[in-house]
Design a protein around this ligand. Structure first.
Ligand code: C2E
Ligand code: MG
Ligand code: MG
Ligand code: MG
Length: 287
């Protein structure tokens, strides 16, 4: 029967399409992994810097270093894809080391005492030698650990809570700030949060998108800001893209913001130009 024949064909077509997509995804990941393993990471990896701005006066507080990979074979690959692949392949340490060195090498030459944020992966912290490598890089760079914020996601603590917590405590004792990244998207219990030596929360972008139109997001951001204030922690709000979102955040008492509304991540030289335009002395008129 003609109709049945076409229905089956459509279904088969759909199934085949699904398989192809799924296989394509797996093949792509395998390909990224194998190219990554042979890459000249020192040469192909770089860092860009996204300003973190104090919205009360428009001044730049510091920058978050974000990884970029320009592969001769694959072209530009997003960290959202290659970082998780490197983590699963057990090779994140060999990315963290050159990235962290490059970020610190840049930051050590900054004129103003701006802060530097750097993302660490759970796998950088779930073994004692990982944290030793990180400390070694900080010491070699000569950068003041007190101007450093190490960003760790909530999920990092679900890997090996004891070891990761110990590593974080070691870094905190060295003077580093510890930021909880993508806050609100994980499953941290409040008891656990209190046990961690945190200095900062970073509220995830998903709560900021259309904040002014979403009563649910508004309530969540409000509670997270209250929680951070009660815990005596700073709070950075990520992913602010529009004036409307910014106005809503101001009304909620947010102070530190990162997002395309202010600036995308920038190459070092442009990041320094941005900082100079928004330095504390003349920033009253900048925003
Ligand atoms: P993250 O640490 O939460 O960094 C924020 C991400 O949001 C960055 O994406 C940034 O470019 C993006 N972003 C900032 N403002 C806006 C905005 O207004 N709108 C939108 N749509 N996006 C915005 P990016 O650079 O692609 O990095 C993605 C993730 O990859 C990071 O999320 C972080 O988890 C990871 N990552 C990046 N660099 C490193 C690194 O050096 N080491 C490790 N372990 N992870 C890294
Ligand atoms: Mg981050
Ligand atoms: Mg984040
Ligand atoms: Mg993230």
């Amino acid at each position: 029967d003609y109709a049945l024949y076409h229905a089956k064909k459509r279904l088969r077509g759909g199934a085949v399409l699904f398989n192809t997509d799924h296989e394509h995804q797996i093949n792509l990941e395998a390909r990224i992994e194998s190219v990554l393993k042979q890459a000249d990471l020192e040469k192909e990896l770089s860092v860009v810097f996204q300003p973190i701005v104090d919205i009360r006066d428009g001044s730049t507080i510091g920058f978050e270093a974000l990884a970029r990979w320009d592969s001769p074979t694959l072209g530009k690959v997003s960290p959202a894809s290659f970082i998780p692949i490197a983590e699963r392949a057990g090779m994140i340490g060999s990315l963290t080391r050159p990235l962290f060195r490059k970020a610190l090498d840049a930051a050590i030459s900054w004129d103003a005492p701006l802060r530097l944020s750097f993302n660490l992966s759970a796998h950088d912290l779930n073994a004692a030698d990982g944290v030793l490598a990180i400390i070694g890089i900080i010491e070699t760079s000569g950068f003041d650990p007190k101007r450093l914020d190490l960003e760790i996601t909530e999920t990092a603590f679900t890997h090996d809570f004891e070891q990761v917590t110990q590593s974080v405590e070691t870094l905190r004792r060295l003077g580093c700030g510890i930021s909880l990244d993508d806050f609100g998207t994980g499953y941290s219990s409040l008891t656990r949060l209190h046990a961690l030596p945190l200095t900062k929360f970073k509220i995830d972008r998903s709560f900021v998108t259309n904040l002014h139109q979403s009563p649910a997001s508004y309530k969540i951001v409000k509670s997270l800001l209250t929680l951070s204030a009660d815990m005596g922690l700073d709070c950075v709000i990520e992913g602010v893209e529009t004036e409307e979102e910014l106005e809503a955040l101001k009304a909620l008492g947010g102070t530190s913001v990162q997002g395309y509304l202010f600036s995308p991540p920038l190459p070092e030289e442009q990041a320094m130009e941005f900082a100079a335009r928004t330095s504390r002395e003349d920033s009253k008129i900048a925003v």
